[in-house]
Design a binder for this molecule. Sequence first.
Ligand code: G
Ligand code: G
Ligand code: MN
Length: 404
Amino acid sequence: MPNVDLGQYQVLLVDDEPFIRQLTGMLLKQLGCPNILESGNGAEALAQLDRPGAHVDLILSDLNMPDMDGVEFVRHLAARKGCPPLAFLSGAESGLLRAAEALGRAYFLEVLGALAKPVNKEALVAVLGRMAEERVPRAQRRGVEITETDLGRGIEARELVFHYQPKIEIASGRVSGAEALVRWQHPQHGLLFPDRFIAMAESGPLIGPLTEALVEIGLAQVQEWQGAGLHPHLGINLSPSMLSDVTLPDRFAASAARYGVPAESIVFEITETGVAREELVYLEIVTRLRMKGFHLSVDDFGTGQSSLQRLEALPFGELKIDRQFVHGAAKNPAKAAILEASIGLARTLGQKSVAEGVELKEDWELLRRLGCDVAQGYFVAKPMPAAAFPDWVAEWSARNASAV
Ligand code: G
Ligand code: G
Ligand code: MN
């Protein structure tokens, strides 16, 4: 169990069967999570959420309920501001649970998973764990209103930092790179995660300055590492909305030259949704990024709508398989099949396969058997501040050397 203090979380349980609410509530209490609200259907749950002063950190909701079922409930939740993360409970077939998950995600809700009823402890722990990561407890950041002006100020004041998560070559155990994940060290609100500000930036005028600032932070970091004899590739995320400015490749190349960092050290991770975009401008930008020597990676592969034909046509050298196909694959034949097919596809296209979200040893072993090239996830390490990275690499390398 990750280090979360569940005692301060408030959970809303939505199910029409009192027995299921009782059983699930009992398990939650056993896991150290005593603050539970209950509702018998979606309408009641919405009323609970609307009560003045009410706060909920996690919603566990049934799908099949009288009056307002789980699907309608999701639609209402999506229309609200600041909806807490949710997970579904259902006796329904697993295909239906997956469809409900997909629907929630399509509405941009944070869907943590689906639990078959009766809920077992292991599955519940997994959902609670997903809520945790190393995030600031939601209780501490509730009610924080982030504005564009504030973000603009934060960028200027250099309050954005990267945390770095190692990427490991599975066959050799070597550290092949790191992914840069942005955090905002906010003077009043503490450490803020990208879900709080990236989307806002993407839809407004800050997208340009933000992209520029992040690439500079990454380049400065690589320069520092190279000075210290470290040569990991650095993965930098680019949102599709950042790829509409044709001068980007030239500007990135000029920045890299200024820092004395070879373009080959940078891997731009671009989500598959972006890869699928038809615009010529997009095509031009990714092609020219590659021409300048930067590497390109298809992020979250398997969740977007890119066609296989386009994947073949674009100059991507790396396929990052989305964690939903990685986590638990060793025990889930459907996931394992998708994983195997994705790794095979990458190999056929001459691309490197990277599995993200590797949390379990058994999934790591499966990836090794399937011939996946690189793994990233909590099983190896969580994202860490820049200052911790060199020591971590030294420790990992020493442990790895003594293991072979
Ligand atoms: O750890 P995590 O919460 O950092 O990241 C959540 C998501 O936010 C990632 O999947 C990634 O898509 C996005 N993200 C993280 N860092 C960056 C960044 O520097 N730039 C962009 N555009 N997206 C990022
Ligand atoms: O979409 P993007 O690939 O850029 O995703 C990176 C996100 O995944 C970050 O939010 C990061 O913190 C998170 N992450 C990294 N490793 C794991 C893991 O093992 N499990 C889970 N649940 N999330 C992870
Ligand atoms: Mn990424």
